[in-house]
Design a protein around this ligand. Structure first.
Ligand code: C2E
Ligand code: CA
Ligand code: CA
Ligand code: CA
Length: 276
């Protein structure tokens, strides 16, 4: 036992700390998860708050780990990005979404566009638009049923590639939204440079918007600017009646958040929002 104790100590000495070890296990499991398709897509409704109609949904990934159970993307997306595993993971999600749209179409259900989060790593590769075109062809889907959310960081990197990709996506009819709008760059110049369809105002601005005057004035300014530029504006993370009514007063009608519905498994989404 003494011997073992010394070895263990040496392991720590060789800077094998617990954190490194955990992330190695996580990486190993994540690789397995991709091979075994241990992911689940949850859908969260996006709503036109004037009519209450569900206008689209955002696809959000969950990992159903065989030992741990459901894991939030906040726990594995950073490592997936670091290791490049975000690429096959994203591929799985896009395919899953297209499959679902086809299933709904074949069942005669009304289709709503599904919005997919794209890592900047993938978005900035030259063949991104091609992947989307091939997917749409494979599933015989119109581009308007697939929407893409990218962050401000994605768009600020390689102007030439970004311009070309956005043009190709526009030709396909795929809409592009800026996610977490307001949290990235202090300049909004890119809104004029690139053709975008809309912005999703980050949840941090929406929180307590009715009582917090700072959030309120920033959000109002963002809504005005976006509308002036003829962009769709979606408010994220709407949780309360107060937030809802403040946004409606500002003519921001499209919303997403727990107030309308949490992300849920697809069959639940279907039953709640597409049927009856
Ligand atoms: P996001 O793209 O900003 O997605 C919105 C997040 O806010 C989701 O967290 C959603 O569950 C949560 N949310 C929605 N409404 C409310 C609300 O009213 N209140 C609060 N407190 N939260 C709300 P989730 O599902 O944990 O996803 C976290 C992040 O992980 C996403 O943030 C996105 O950046 C990333 N992510 C999720 N799925 C994917 C994916 O398939 N691919 C990539 N690249 N990233 C993903
Ligand atoms: Ca998003
Ligand atoms: Ca967001
Ligand atoms: Ca986010």
């Amino acid at each position: 036992a003494k011997e073992l104790g010394r070895n263990m100590y040496q392991m720590y000495d060789a800077s094998m700390n617990v954190k490194n070890y955990q992330s190695l296990i996580l990486e190993r499991d994540l690789r397995k998860a991709i091979l075994n398709e241990e992911f689940i897509a949850y859908f969260q409704p996006r709503v036109d708050a004037r009519t209450g109609k569900v206008t689209s949904a955002e696809a959000l990934i969950r990992w159903n780990h065989p030992q741990v159970g459901l894991i939030s993307p906040l726990e594995f997306i950073p490592l997936a990005e670091e290791t490049g595993l975000i690429i096959p993971m994203g591929k799985w999600m896009k395919k899953r979404v297209c499959e679902q749209l086809v299933t709904w179409r074949e069942a005669g259900l009304p289709l709503v566009p599904i919005s997919v989060n794209i890592s900047s790593q993938r978005f900035l590769q030259k063949n991104f638009a091609m992947e989307i075109r091939e997917l749409l062809e494979e599933y015989k889907l119109e581009g308007k049923y697939l929407e893409i959310e990218i962050t401000e960081n994605s768009i600020m990197k390689n102007e030439e590639t970004v311009t070309k990709t956005l043009r190709e996506l526009k030709e396909l009819g795929v809409k592009i939204y800026i996610d977490d709008f307001g949290t990235g760059y202090s300049s909004f110049n890119y809104l004029k440079t690139f053709h975008l369809d809309g912005v999703k105002i980050d949840r941090s601005f929406i929180q307590n918007i009715s009582s917090e005057s700072e959030n309120a004035s920033i959000t109002t300014a963002m809504i005005k600017m976006a509308q002036h530029l003829k962009l769709d504006v979606i408010a994220e993370g709407v949780e309360t009646e107060g937030e809802l009514s403040y946004l409606l007063e500002q003519n921001c009608n499209e919303m997403q958040g727990y107030y309308f519905g949490r992300p849920c498994p697809i069959d639940e989404f279907e039953n709640k929002y597409l049927k009856g």
